[in-house]
Write a protein that binds this ligand. Structure first.
Ligand code: HSE
Length: 268
């Protein structure tokens, strides 16, 4: 079973929006070398979902960088268990979303990894956005900084000013509109966030600098990817390579695409 990584929040969609990316984890009941450790998050999800026997997990998603590593391996592991239990591929992906979201404590990354594309996770309801935006997703990953989601959530504000909530709601509405119409013009404003990014970026000055660099280089919109420290941006595909090459040297950039498949069984 293969499940994509993801970028959560996209600015104002804190704990609500997720975007699947074409970087992947694969989990299987057969593999080369040693199976994954019982404490591996993919194995924990596999076991939680009722899977039995050893599990092999490999991933190209960096851990602790805000690119959905844990959700990806959890969705892949849980989906293997549900296929083992007799569910078909789509049912397994949907069931794996439930298992992974419960283990994550929030559904945004898990929904993107399970369903692919751009997703909205609102309470118990998950919806896929009909994505019309033709953009590259450039991610900037700092070389030396990691940010655990738990510690990164401890800096979140207890209270938010009403004005800031209104601004975020407007930006979120603009963002979903831009994604569904494909018109990138509002994205610079639409990806600005006043809820979770200010506190997090105070602790991640290089990431704050990368967001500003993205805008200076002409990115359509840029945000702290999940809880950070990576930064992601929607960029005109014709400019993506040029933008990626000019980002701050304290990190490395990758030009990615949106994964539209979500969790899928890889058949030989
Ligand atoms: N929505 C979550 C957060 C994503 O911002 O904490 C964590 O990857």
């Amino acid at each position: 079973m293969r499940a994509p990584g993801s970028s959560a929040n996209l600015g104002p969609g804190f704990d609500v929006l997720g975007l699947a990316l074409d970087i992947y984890s694969v989990a299987a009941t057969e593999g080369d070398g040693e199976p994954a450790d019982p404490h591996h998050p993919g194995v924990v999800a596999f076991t939680e979902a009722g899977g039995e026997g050893p599990l092999w997990v490999r991933t190209e998603i960096p851990m602790g960088r805000g690119l959905g590593y844990s959700a990806s391996v959890r969705v892949a592991g849980a989906a293997v268990a549900f296929v083992q239990l007799g569910l078909d591929d789509d049912e397994a992906a949907e069931a794996a979303l439930g298992t992974a979201a419960a283990l994550e404590g929030h559904s945004d990354n898990a929904a993107a990894s399970a369903l692919g594309g751009a997703v909205i996770a609102a309470g118990d309801t998950v919806a896929r956005i009909d994505l019309a935006l033709a953009a590259s997703v450039v991610v900037w990953v700092p070389d030396l900084t990691t940010a655990g989601t738990d510690s990164s959530r401890r800096v979140l504000p207890e209270f938010i000013q009403l004005d800031d909530v209104v601004t975020n709601l407007g930006n979120l509405a603009l963002l979903v509109t831009a994604l569904t119409t494909g018109d990138p013009r509002a994205l610079a404003q639409a990806t600005r966030d006043l809820v979770h990014q200010p506190g997090r970026l105070d602790a991640l000055p290089d990431s704050a600098g990368a967001i500003e660099a993205f805008f200076e280089l002409g990115a359509w919109g840029a945000w702290l990817s999940g809880s950070g420290p990576s930064v992601a941006a929607f960029v005109d595909p014709a400019l993506a390579g040029v933008v990626a090459a000019q980002l701050p040297p304290s990190g490395h950039a990758k030009v990615l695409a949106v994964d539209l498949d979500g969790a899928v069984v890889l058949r030989r």
